[in-house]
Design a protein around this ligand. Structure first.
Ligand code: GLA
Length: 332
């Protein structure tokens, strides 16, 4: 495999770590890319509640341990992802033996036990956690997403509790609130309100994760800049946690493209150049930039939000070769 370009993470060494998500599959398939170009890893799925805690009394740490082992061997840091989310939970979590919803105290105990077990196990190996993922409402009124069993059973303080439990399990870990559409002004202001509310109560929250599932047309750089400033004003760190740059507008239904057009590739290079320039400008608050994948052959965007719509959202192509976007990100 040709690898003429400079190492991405080494180029950014004086700014922030540059990461990618990792799965058992891409630890194999993208091994060289991961080792050469990224110095932070996030488990794509296998630290989520369902995969890591499939039965009330059974954890499955095999894949998470493998990732931690790989990271140690190759000197990569790990972002923990994620402790409390409304998706990818095991079927037993919110119900009792008769299939009825559990009460608040029971769910709080389950949450505490889970967070304690997972966070303590990786204490010293995982330097930060996405403690709560996607709890804020998109466009509906009110700050919190209504359709979450955590909210329904525990109430709004499920978020504060999760942060307290995580802090108790590892007082050194940096604790993040992570969300998508985190630069969209309405939702961004709700996230600010949420984090401020936690801070006012003395809850340990150290950062906001901007997922960064973006595309060629959205969001504009001004919106991103404004958002970074608003989160920075809270006195917390900002991580870009799941960056990818879809070549399609979100609601573009086309599924017939088998290659990206040259316009797409050029526009994508400009977009990546633009957002990385912005990240560098704010390197005092942006302390990690993680892409949601290493190369275009493995991305969730091949099936989201349109099934079978092949996408090319990352910095390396289907054959693991550098794309113009990567060259631009390295040019400064
Ligand atoms: C959200 C989650 C991620 C991942 C993506 C889709 O952004 O935070 O863990 O599931 O959706 O890949």
């Amino acid at each position: 495999m040709s690898m003429q370009v400079q190492s991405l993470y080494q180029k950014y060494e004086s700014y922030f770590p540059v990461g990618t998500c990792a799965s058992p599959r891409n630890l194999e398939m993208h091994r060289e890319l991961l080792i050469t170009h990224f110095n932070s890893l996030t488990a794509e799925n296998h630290m989520k509640f369902g995969p890591i805690h499939p039965e009330p009394d059974a954890y499955n740490f095999t894949l998470a341990d493998q990732l931690v082992e790989f990271a140690k061997q190759h000197n990569k840091r790990i972002r923990g992802h994620t402790l409390v989310w409304h998706n990818q939970n095991p079927p037993w979590l919110f119900i009792d033996g008769d299939g009825r919803p559990v009460d608040r105290d029971t769910l709080l105990k389950r949450m505490e036990e889970h967070i304690h077990t997972v966070v303590s196990r990786y204490r010293g190996s995982i330097y930060c956690w996405d403690v709560v993922n996607e709890a804020v409402a998109d466009s509906s009124p009110g700050v919190l997403r209504q359709r979450s069993p955590w909210l329904g059973i525990i109430g709004p303080d499920f978020i504060a509790k999760a942060f307290e439990f995580a802090h108790a399990a590892d007082p050194e870990a940096l604790l993040f609130y992570n969300d998508y559409n985190a630069v969209q002004p309405g939702k961004r202001d709700k996230i600010v309100q949420l984090v401020k509310g936690l801070q006012d109560k003395g809850i340990p929250v150290h950062g906001v994760g901007i997922q960064g599932h973006w595309n060629l047309y959205w969001p504009d750089a001004g919106e991103i800049r404004e958002t970074i400033e608003k989160y920075a004003a809270l006195g917390v760190q900002v991580h870009i946690t799941e960056l990818d740059m879809s070549v399609f507008a979100f609601d573009d239904r086309r599924t017939d493209l088998t290659e990206p057009t040259s316009e797409m590739i050029e526009k994508q290079a400009e977009r990546y150049e633009q957002v990385f320039a912005l990240f560098r400008e704010y390197a005092d608050v942006i302390t990690n930039v993680t892409l949601w994948g290493a190369a275009d052959d493995t991305t969730w965007l091949h099936n989201f939000p349109v099934r079978g719509r092949i996408n090319w959202p990352l910095l390396f192509d289907m054959n693991h070769q550098p794309k113009p976007a990567l060259e631009r990100v390295l040019q400064f």
